[in-house]
Design a protein around this ligand. Sequence first.
Ligand SMILES: NC(=O)c1ccc[n+]([C@@H]2O[C@H](COP(=O)([O-])OP(=O)(O)OC[C@H]3O[C@@H](n4cnc5c(N)ncnc54)[C@H](O)[C@@H]3O)[C@@H](O)[C@H]2O)c1
Length: 300
Amino acid sequence: MAKILITGGAGFIGSNLVDELIKQGHQVLVIDNLITGKKENINPKAKFFEVDLRDFEKIKPLFENIDFVFHLAALPRVPLSVAKPIESNEMNITATLNALVAAKDARVKRFVYSSSSSVYGTGTELPLKESMTASPISPYALQKYVGELYCKIFSSDLYNLPTASLRYFNVYGPRQPEEGSYVPVIGLFLTQKKKGLPLTITEDGEQTRDFTHVSDVVNANILAMKSDKVGKGEAINIGAGKNCTVNKIAELVGGETKHIAPRPGDVRDTLADITLAKELLGWEPKISLEQGINQLKDEQ
Ligand SMILES: NC(=O)c1ccc[n+]([C@@H]2O[C@H](COP(=O)([O-])OP(=O)(O)OC[C@H]3O[C@@H](n4cnc5c(N)ncnc54)[C@H](O)[C@@H]3O)[C@@H](O)[C@H]2O)c1
């Protein structure tokens, strides 16, 4: 049994990771300021600290005697980062640096960082490979990339903190955001369908996304904690390795559609090359998009 700290453990992906680690018998601590996370997402067996990662003095003692850190806390919305670049810079970069310093001071065994496929930017050849140059086109993407670079520096001889960065492609599944101005497409369409509203498709709907089920993302994190092939700040794609148009998602959800203006800062297409995740983590996605969306429709 390990003692594990999860930042952002009240959020969508973080709370799914907390549940799985508790199921596997680990002791789990959660740090979350509840800015987007919800208290009801937090597993009652986890120890919860309602603290903001920007407050280094408050978070530092919580890292003592921790074996592994999963850093998921962030303000993960491209449009929000465009509207509020200063606030999102603090949430995504300052908070990450604080978590890294606290983890290094506490000599944790490994720090697994949640990064994003948005670091690749747009106009890049598909599929997206880790060997390609990152070219962020929004403050959010830049901030996630800076987090990766910090992880790499912290894993070097300067600080000797083993780290790995997972670049998630569009994640969906239970507890995904379903309301609000910046909701990702699958959650948005399911909510619109439930309310009897038309599904709002931006652009022509032929833009593509590589959608990854949250349970696959959870497994990737746990493998990144265990694999002896990572720890030097490797950036690893975590995606389905298949992409799908927004029009196709609308078809799977079902219902009337209407087209609306594009959102600034969004990339046109994403598709992950997942060779490295297979090599370094022994990871492969298990849930197909059809399965994942049908499960969500059944739960509604
Ligand atoms: N959802 C996706 O499709 C996706 C894709 C790529 C990367 N990611 C990354 O995965 C991670 C988790 O994303 P999510 O979709 O679960 O988002 P989320 O908003 O549901 O979770 C983020 C959590 O972090 C907390 N938080 C934010 N700032 C904090 C701070 N300063 N101090 C303490 N807690 C703070 C929030 O309250 C929330 O509970 C993020 O780092 C995000 O960048 C997500």
